[in-house]
Design a protein around this ligand. Sequence first.
Ligand code: DGL
Length: 262
Amino acid sequence: MNKQAIGVFDSGVGGLSIWKEITASLPYEDTIYLADSKNAPYGQKSTEKILEFSVKNTEFLIGRGCKIVVVACNTATTNAISFLRSTYDIPFIGIEPAIKPAALQTKTNAIGILATKGTLSSELFHTTSQKFTEGVTVVEQVGEGIVPLIEAGKIDTQEMADLLKKYLNPMLDANIDHLVLGCSHYPFLIPTIKKIIGTTITIIDSGEAVAKQTKAILERSNLLNTQRAAPHHQLYSNTDTSTLKLMLKNSKEQYSIEELDF
Ligand code: DGL
């Protein structure tokens, strides 16, 4: 079991922001990454649909022997992780918007959160938000349209910058000092976001925390690969793989990319 891969899935290429953190902090672990780009964006879909896709992705990864599954998608985590945990017999790691650290650290008493509709309307998000943000103004914004642009490889474009300005300007007006990126696609936009909000607002994403948690759970479950060999990473997409390749172009990892119909 220990030599089996860590499975990672997302609605598309966004989960690579988490995958990068995982491969950096677990250098001897093989991984299998699944980009369900055909069904992206999940963010505007019903809970039933998100659940259906999450089950399909999980069964793909379990079918390939993964010892643990990282749900590298806030939308899938907030809508489906409790079902996955109660249905399958392996550990699951999820990703949720990091509102707790933002709410604890804010000095202006105002934080911004950019996430999908599916995440912001989920019960899990509401519960967490209510628990930690008493007395704090939380400016919630659905990032509609951002994920399709990223999936199309249009990251560093005027279209993206204009969309981000539209979403971030009201947060600047509300005097936020922390911006939570509540979607695993968004860390790829940090350079553009910084140009809009400047350097005094702290941007928080959950990638590093997810990698840390994955390592801790593997350790605790005695599932770490004890062989010190160079790992291999298999990446699959159910659409054209050009955006996946674009996102990985500076990666030092050894990987293969395949387009599969799933
Ligand atoms: N990357 C996903 C997330 O973290 C989902 C984006 C989408 O498919 O809408 O929420």
